[in-house]
Design a protein around this ligand. Structure first.
Ligand code: GRF
Length: 208
């Protein structure tokens, strides 16, 4: 089967991006990383991608009049590179409903919490403040809501006594680097989000 052409959108460090690039170097991986786009020119991930032999470009979000114009350029570049799946990896721009609809079921994100817990920023500090005993990360299809959408895979880590945001973040990040390549492999191999059970379907279920 042909490998799916994947783009990764980043804003900064790019460690998840690198884990995807490394996984896709395996000949049996069902996707190839064909493009990296950063919305920031100073993202460290750009040089990392290029050093790994992956084309990387900057589409500077600040240079566009509005979100729609920025996203039009993103989609133009993605389509010019015949991209089939888009992975958000530390991409710090909220995407419009139109962009999300255009890439529906072909757009996935990694978030550093066990969604639906701790959507948004500062997930590790909030997990510690909440006193949870388990934390982790989630890869999900992107929908209109931020950090919302059908879950593809999750990885859990324990929260240990004495954890700081740094120790907890490091434990979660190590799992992110395992989870994202595994989740992308599922999507590239043809996994689709499970539809919610609709009312007619419910009516069809025979109870014992
Ligand atoms: C990761 O924790 C990811 O889950 C979140 O942003 C961070 C990006 O880190 N969305 P990196 O750029 O992949 O190193």
């Amino acid at each position: 089967m042909a490998r799916k052409r994947v783009a990764i959108l980043i804003s900064d460090r790019g460690s998840n991006m690198l884990s995807l690039i490394e996984a896709a170097q395996r000949p049996d991986y069902p996707a190839e990383i064909a493009l990296v786009i950063s919305n920031r020119a100073d993202a460290a991930g750009i040089d990392l991608a290029r050093a790994a032999g992956v084309e990387a470009m900057v589409v500077p979000s600040r240079a566009y009049a509005d979100r729609a114009a920025f996203e039009a350029e993103l989609t133009r570049q993605l389509e010019a590179h015949r991209i089939e799946i888009v992975c958000l990896a530390g991409f710090m721009r909220v995407l419009t409903p139109a962009f999300v609809a255009h890439w529906r079921d072909r757009l996935i994100n990694i978030h550093p919490s066990l969604l639906p817990a701790f959507q948004g920023l500062d997930t590790h500090a909030r997990a510690l403040a909440a006193g949870v005993t388990e934390h982790g990360c989630t890869v999900h299809y992107v929908r209109e809501g931020v950090d919302d959408g059908p879950i593809i895979a999750q990885a859990k880590v324990p929260v240990r006594a004495g954890d700081t945001t740094e120790t907890l973040a490091a434990r979660v990040l190590a799992e992110e680097h395992r989870l994202y390549p595994a989740a992308l492999a599922l999507v590239a191999a043809g996994m689709k989000p499970q539809p919610a059970v609709s009312e007619p379907d419910l009516a069809a279920i025979k109870l014992p």
